[in-house]
Ligand binder design. Structure first.
Ligand SMILES: [Ca+2]
Length: 324
């Protein structure tokens, strides 16, 4: 349980400083290399168009008995996770639910080798893959302190355990293909941006993070866009709307971390900034490990949103491919 807890509570924990520290905008509309997985070269290995919710593909709500992550209760109820008009909705909403009054949201994953206790269907298959092409088409919620993500994690217990191998990205890592935490920013242009991030070697002092520039995505909260990763043997290449936005061979501080050689599974999540201590919710606050004081969460306070509204991560599809 210790390992699992560590993975769950730490995943994406450092995203904040990653994005906040990065003020550079990169355009992707011009001079960008285009990519589409052609049927001649690529085999479709996973597809969910979300015409219905398929429990053989996804596990929901993997946060243990507490069902709490940051400042939100996690739920698999059909008012929080549902399909409508061919889209998946992961809804974030303030309500008086089964855990009491608070933010409710959810978190889907497709792991095959871990978190088996959260499989809710006897025919669960899930999905994980080493290398290939991974694409989502989605719209993200426009809300302060609330952000969605499409990311990959290693389908094993090794990569983020105490036995993790230092200076290696080969034994598994976190790959954030799409994240949308920027509504706290003042300008519309700064709000409409995505960043691609790679976290390796766990989340403690060993953590090694590299990231793209912030990439402007016009109308990313109002319109569907595709966000994708091409994971080759020698590099990762990221795309938005089929145009190349970032490429990396995973060099960290001039050291070659290598490219992942183990299967990774899919995650679709919405996060609500804040923390819960002794059952009390601290919206938009997080305790500083050094000073012991509660401080403002970097990406805004969810309390600043209209709590009579709901905030949806809307996913048209997720598709994955392997080279033939
Ligand atoms: Ca769809």
């Amino acid at each position: 349980m210790k390992k699992k807890t560590k993975i769950i509570t730490a995943a994406s924990a450092v995203l904040g400083c990653a994005v906040a520290a990065c003020g550079v905008f990169a355009a992707y509309k011009h001079k960008a290399e285009a990519f589409t997985p052609s049927p001649d070269e690529w085999e479709l290995t996973f597809e969910d168009n979300f015409d219905t919710f398929d429990k053989t593909k996804w596990k929901v709500n993997m946060h243990g008995e507490s069902n709490i992550r940051r400042a939100a209760y996690h739920s698999s109820d059909d008012d929080i996770v549902f399909t409508k008009d061919g889209n998946l909705h992961i809804r974030t909403v303030w309500k008086d639910g089964v855990h009491g009054e608070g933010w409710y949201t959810s978190y889907l994953e497709s792991s095959q080798s871990i978190h088996k206790e959260y499989e809710s269907d006897p025919n669960y298959k899930g999905f994980s893959q080493t290398g290939g092409y991974f694409e989502i088409r989605c719209k993200v919620p426009y809300a302060k302190g609330i952000w969605s993500a499409f990311w990959l994690m290693p389908d094993n217990e090794i990569a983020f355990s105490e036995n993790d191998i230092q200076w290696s990205g080969e034994d598994g890592l976190e790959i954030d293909i799409m994240e949308s935490p920027n509504v706290y920013q003042k300008s519309k242009r700064a709000q409409n941006q995505n960043i691609h991030v790679i976290h390796a070697d766990g989340y403690d002092e060993k953590l090694k993070t590299i990231r793209s520039d912030s990439i402007h995505v016009p109308h990313m909260y109002d319109e569907f866009h595709t966000y994708s990763l091409l994971w080759d043997e020698d590099k990762y290449t990221f795309f938005i709307d089929g145009k190349k936005t970032w490429e990396t061979k995973h060099i960290y501080e001039n050291r070659d971390m290598g490219i992942c050689k183990v299967p990774e599974y899919l995650l679709l999540s919405t996060e609500v900034a804040g923390s819960i201590e002794d059952g009390k919710i601290y919206e938009g606050k997080v305790r500083n490990g050094n000073t012991g004081k509660l401080e403002d969460f970097w990406c805004g306070n969810p309390a600043d949103n209209d709590k009579s509204k709901s905030y949806d991560f809307v996913v048209d599809y997720v598709r994955c491919y392997k080279r033939k």
